[in-house]
Design a protein around this ligand. Structure first.
Ligand SMILES: [Zn+2]
Length: 796
């Protein structure tokens, strides 16, 4: 059972985080959850200028943090262009400096870091559904994992919807981009710009001719750019009076939102040069970037008129012109689009109105009615605003005659609609029709949770729906050596009662069931802990363990549903988000030698090798700079990932390592990062680490007959099945003093013999392995554990 103490701690931390989130939100005036967030006069003016310029730019790259925030700040605030950053992925394959969220939960943080960055630099944020599966060497590999046709469709859709004059890419469409995702993003920009203008492609949507696609390059790639006559130069320096700071400062503040990547930067207000090279198209970017006004259309003239009226204090005229602009925008855009929502915030500013659609608690219990409130209030005494009608999916109401919105406001209760199939996604929005004089104004509002706390005051969260049961496995991997074992998990019930569910293990992709057990239990409200017996002699392999419940759907049919795990993701700069995803763990059934030795572990950048070894019965002793005496007690010293990068004392331990190995110790080093010129390790047999890596997790591996592949486990090809993300990284430079063990063949035909190397010295040995054990062990890959055991037990 989880103790109540623990949940108290969680609650307290969350409250502090919420408090900070509110403070930050006020400081930056940002829209943490894209909801009611009043504009100051200068913010409203900045928005009106963006509509007035009639300029639109799309910046396109692969990940959160790829974008050039200084340039986006300049485009949004100096050029006054409506600027959108389209990130193909949400960056879930990256690292996390803030906490232990990885994968989809990291994607939530990075998505909201991007939204927070845009609320500072003035841009809009969009995504496609491309998955960030981690580093990829080549664009060919990317196209085996991303659905090209589907991504093209999504990007063309965004281009036609936003109608940009130019598309700017962060990367070139070739191998200079480095990461395969980066190359793919530039390739997509060119291909989709062409297709967006082709009326035969996706003919249901009107075509849009993009003026050109340009690479926002940098002297990092090309030192000769300064003198390149084909490159367009742009000086980003300048003061933005509406912000009271330089464009560089706005951009740096936005960049510092990428906190989980460690991108916080000091603010540089000085000049900075940007460079652009043409990838495709005819239009002239250089004259476009000059600040002179361009030929304007009807909408930009309406925005200019409204802006001028506001400046001279003619509120009625400003509202009238802005209202016409809003109607025009609605003809081609949804009410929930960035464009209309920006227009709407300005309209609320001009009319002095507060309007919001909200719930008063969060998450909402799934088995109760979802009550929400539409509230409209006039804060300015001058505005004669009438409420004419309201529509939500739970309520439709017309007021005849329309009702004057006064300083006390109007509150209308509605029922929130959620997607019934998974009961967690809120699909509702409120549509409100207001009348001001002759003008009709439509407001579109997504529901938000409006909450308050005595220590914080008012704050907001994305609405989430809390199911009756959620669960959590005790461990992310259960290693099983073919004998009976226990598998622990907890179920949280929101109400006392008898509940039924099934525990099952199946192959992750093919859904082949290898074992299941039905459970019926009387649960108390709160956490309930269970231990399930895993039977002996299950087939070897890596299996997904999950819990499922059955229920009747609306048609009376039995449906099986995975029991979710509740994830609370909460940081000051991104707010609090609840996610419910299928609770899962890994059952790894393997034939592992029963031999055990004493292992000394030197921790580096964080891997779970020590925990994995302890969980299968190894005696693991942590060794630090302060505990040199422990070396004498262990049969093998395992150096965690990047410890040679993060522990300066280890680089100075040449003598200690040499005497340990000479005396019979086995010194094992896992991946260590090296710069372009390599990195020499202080080992008794000299070894230089290079940058070879194999990102294809399915790349064939072959090996020679060597004790490392024979004892105590006989390694076979099956040990290299079910690997995840990659084979390995930072392989050493081959030298004659070391024997190479596993040869990996990439799809390019290149064979890497050097993932793992071993040298004998004195009575002991030195082993370096770049195999990505730090990734495979937490994923429960059986072969990875068998290989690690052989490496640790190596004894010539
Ligand atoms: Zn990137």
């Amino acid at each position: 059972m989880m103790t109540s103490n623990r949940s108290m701690n969680i609650t307290r931390t969350t409250t502090i985080v919420r408090g900070l989130a509110i403070a930050l939100a006020m400081f930056f005036g940002n829209q943490l959850v894209a909801q009611y967030s009043p504009l100051s006069q200068s913010e409203a003016m900045a928005e009106m200028q963006r509509f007035s310029s009639g300029k639109r730019v799309l910046y396109l790259a692969a990940h959160p943090d790829d974008e050039n925030t200084r340039l986006i700040a300049w485009l949004s605030n100096a050029l006054d262009a409506e600027t959108t950053y389209l990130s193909l992925t949400k960056g879930s394959g990256g690292q996390n400096l803030l906490g232990d969220e990885l994968g989809e939960n990291l994607g939530v943080i990075r998505e909201h870091e991007l939204r927070a960055a845009r609320s500072i630099d003035g841009g809009n944020q969009r995504f496609t559904d491309a998955l960030d599966f981690g580093y990829s060497k080549s664009v060919d590999e990317v196209w085996t994992k991303w659905n090209h046709e589907d991504l093209v469709r999504q990007v063309v859709h965004v281009i036609r919807e936003l109608q940009p004059d130019f598309i700017l890419t962060r990367f070139p469409p070739d191998s200079r981009a480095g990461h395969g995702h980066h190359t793919a993003s530039a390739e997509l920009a060119i291909e989709c710009a062409k297709l967006a203008g082709d009326s035969t492609y996706m003919s249901s949507m009107p075509r849009w001719k993009v003026g050109g696609v340009w690479w926002n390059t940098s002297i990092w790639w090309d030192k000769t750019l300064k003198d390149d006559p084909e490159a367009v130069h742009l000086d980003l320096s300048g003061f933005d009076p509406l912000h009271g700071d330089s464009y560089g400062a706005i951009g740096d503040a936005a960049r510092s939102m990428h906190k989980c990547q460690g991108f916080g930067v000091p603010i540089n207000r000085g000049p900075r040069e940007e460079y652009f090279k043409k990838l495709w198209g005819e239009a002239d970017l250089e004259s476009y970037l000059e600040l002179e006004e361009r030929e304007t259309d009807q909408n930009s003239r309406l925005a200019q008129d409204a802006s001028f009226a506001l400046e001279i204090g003619d509120q009625d005229q400003a509202i009238a012109k802005w209202a016409v602009l809003g109607r025009n925008i609605l003809e081609h855009n949804s009410g929930l689009s960035n464009r209309y929502q920006r227009w709407q915030r300005v309209m609320l500013h001009l009319t002095g109105l507060y309007a919001e659609y909200y719930t008063s608690s969060n998450p909402l219990p799934s088995d109760a009615e979802f009550k929400a409130m539409v509230e409209i209030q006039a804060m300015s005494s001058g505005a004669n605003v009438y409420l004419a009608s309201l529509r939500t999916s739970g309520k439709q109401m017309a007021l005849n005659p329309p009702q004057l919105v006064g300083p006390d406001g109007i509150q209308l209760e509605a029922e929130l609609n959620v997607v019934k199939a998974n009961s967690t996604e809120v699909v509702d929005h409120a549509r409100v029709r207001l009348e001001i004089g002759e003008e009709i104004i439509m407001l579109f509002m997504k529901p938000i949770a409006k909450l308050s706390d005595r220590a914080i005051g008012e704050y907001r969260e994305e609405v989430a729906i809390d199911p009756l049961l959620h669960s959590k496995f005790d461990q992310s991997v259960y290693w099983n050596n073919g004998k009976k074992s226990l598998l622990g998990y907890s179920v949280y019930a929101r109400k006392d009662g008898i509940y039924n569910w099934t525990v099952s293990a199946s192959l992750p992709s093919e859904q082949t069931l290898i074992w299941e057990h039905s459970v019926s239990e009387n649960l108390k409200e709160g956490w309930n802990h269970f231990e399930e017996t895993v039977p002996a002699k299950l087939p070897l392999g890596r299996f997904e363990v999950s819990l499922s419940t059955t229920a009747l759907d609306e048609a009376g049919l039995v449906v099986t549903k995975r029991m979710p795990e509740k994830h609370t993701i909460s940081y000051p700069h991104v707010g609090t988000h609840y996610r419910y995803r299928d609770a899962r763990s890994t059952l790894s059934v393997l034939d592992l030698s029963s031999k055990r030795i004493k292992v000394g572990y030197i921790e580096g950048a964080g891997d779970q090798m020590d925990e994995t070894l302890e969980s299968i019965g190894y005696d693991v002793i942590k060794i630090t700079e302060e505990t040199p005496e422990l070396w004498e007690l262990v049969d093998a010293v395992l150096v965690g990932i990047r410890a040679f990068n993060t522990e300066p004392w280890l680089m100075k331990s040449q003598e200690r390592i040499a005497s340990y190995v000479k005396g019979g110790g086995n010194f094992v080093v896992t991946y260590t990062t090296a710069g372009r010129s390599g990195m020499e390790l202080p080992l008794p047999v000299p070894l230089t680490i290079g940058r070879d890596r194999v990102t294809e997790e399915y790349a064939p591996v072959s090996f020679v007959s060597h004790p490392l592949t024979m004892e105590p486990n006989k390694i076979s090809n099956a040990d290299f099945e079910q690997w995840v993300q990659e084979r390995g990284l930072y392989f050493p430079v081959v030298n004659e003093s070391y024997t190479t063990i596993f040869s990996i063949e990439e799809s390019t035909g290149i064979i890497y013999p050097n993932s793992t190397v071993v040298a004998d010295f004195g009575k002991g040995s030195v082993i370096y392995t770049g195999l990505s054990l730090f990734r495979e062990l937490p994923a429960g890959v059986p072969g990875a554990l068998r290989v690690l055991q052989n490496i640790l037990h190596y004894d010539h």
